[in-house]
Structures are given as C-alpha cells and as structure tokens.
Ligand binder design. Sequence first.
Ligand code: ZN
Length: 328
Amino acid sequence: MLKRIIIPFLFVFCLLPIGVQAEGTTDHGMVTDHDISHDSNVSLSGIQTTKSITVKKMKVAAGDQGISVKQLEFVGKLLKNVALPTIKNNINFDGLFTDKINVDLSKVHILLFSNSESYQNALIQAGVPHDSIENIVENSGGITDGTHIWIPLYTYKDRSELTNILTHELTHVVFHQANIEEKLPNWLDEGIAMYNGLQAQKNINHIKTGRILKNIKYKLTTSIKNGESVSFNSTNLLNENYTSEAFYLAATYFLVERMGVSKLNEFTRSVIDSNVEEAFKSTFTITLKEYENKILQAVGQSQQDSYSSNDDDDDDDAEFLPGYRVRW
Ligand SMILES: [Zn+2]
C-alpha cells in the first residue's frame, strides 16, 4: 500500500559511466530526495519494464530503453556489496527481517531512468501532481513510495553518489516496510537515511565524502550565522531550503557520533516494540524533546517547547553537544 513517496535529498557524486552531469547536484554537494509515500494518489507500480535483474531478491529494472543490462548489473553490485551491508550494520537490518516484522526484499523494485524525459513521463503516469514534477525532476536524486524506488541514473556523476542515493532510499523502504517510518519524527527518518547514504558513500570514496560533509557543515553554519532559522518541523523537504536538510543531517550526525552506531542499531530495534519517545530515552538516556532542544540551543535557536531541566548537568551538556565542533 502506497503512502508517501520519498525523494531523498541526496549527497550525490561518483564514477559510473552513466553519463551526464547531475542536474540536481548543487554546489554544496547535496542532492534532494523526496518522500511521497503518504500520497495515496501516486503509484509507482505501473511502469512496464523491458529489462530486469534480481539481486538479493530485489528487482532492478530499466525504466526506459536507454538503460543497459550492464548498468542494471552495476547498480545490483552496489546494492549487494555496499548499500545492504551498510544498512545491515547501522539499523538492525537482520532484526527487521523477521516473520514478525515482515520486511521482504522481494517486494523491492528499483527502476532506473536514462533521461529526464522518460523520468518525467513516468512521474506523470504515476499521478504525481503536475506542480511537483518539475521540482522532482530537477532537484531530487530519487523517489520511493516505500516499495518502489525510482532513480534518475543520468544525474549521477560517479558510483559513490549513486551508492549514497541507493542506500538512502533503501533505508526508507526498510523503515516503511517495518512500520517504523510512521513512528519516527521526520528529521530522524531523513537524518538516518542521509547518514546511511553517506556512510555507504564513504566506503566508495572516503576523501570525497569527507569534502562533502565539510562543505555541508560550512554552508549550514554560515546560513545560521547569517540569521537563517532552523527547526525540527519541516516536513516537505523537497520544497524547503537546503538548510533544513543539512540541519536534520547534523542533528543525526551529532547523535551517532556521540553515542555510536551500535546505539543507532539498538534504537531501531527498540522502536519496533515501543513508541519513539520510549525507544529514544531508553537508548540514548535523554528524551527526544530534550535532545532536540539541546541541538537548537547549540545553534543559537530558542527551544521549541519547555521541559524540565532539573536533571541536566551543564558540564555534561557541553560535552554532549559541543556546538558545531563535532567531527563529521
Ligand atoms: Zn529521504
């Protein structure tokens, strides 16, 4: 059942012989992804495919005649060798694939497009609202409805970028199928998908990923310094400015850098059987709201809600959130 399509704001960049310069790539090295899985009027399931392969039960198919079998196989390799292992490591992948949770990779269909015209036509056919299509085609690195993933392959300059978007979208799909996506606040859903994407990209090109992170950090801090406000309430990132996306990534990065990937894994495991507030508090020993407020304070924004700070220790706060001097 389709709910929302995910067009991840992606960090796009690599070396595939896939072709053309990314239209959606920006000077700060970030590309968009968009989530439309809550839009029941949109269906990504109706496109006829001419070629396909199966990788780890997932179907990887050509969205138009311009996609070769070689390209399908290349994407299949990235999924199998980098995207899946990253997700497995970071978010309790094995635990999500139980009878109880019922995440099934055979339901995952990944469709690749070789040019903007066929991508745009497919979006029209899928029922994506007209006023969103131009933005999606020009600014998004991929979309998903929780089962299907569409990738405009022509926008990727190299395989590290492509690995990033594949991992990002697949994270959304896993969360969606495990019914976790609905529980997570948007910033964590997107933040974890972005985090996983960058971790996967790092495996392909460590130096480039480091540069991207530095650049994102610089742009974010500059925007905030120049008076741009940030919040945890942005829900439509495709139509938001780049700062919201970068802020979500920063908030997630702080958390994982500070607590460790094993805690992220534990959190995902915990959220299956409880609500997000309980899972967050039991895993990270701070409430979700407190964490959000600490991040806002760290960037000089006012708190969104008041909360009791009786248990807080100033020294610990300083250590927990050392401003923007966190390593990316
Ligand atoms: Zn996303």
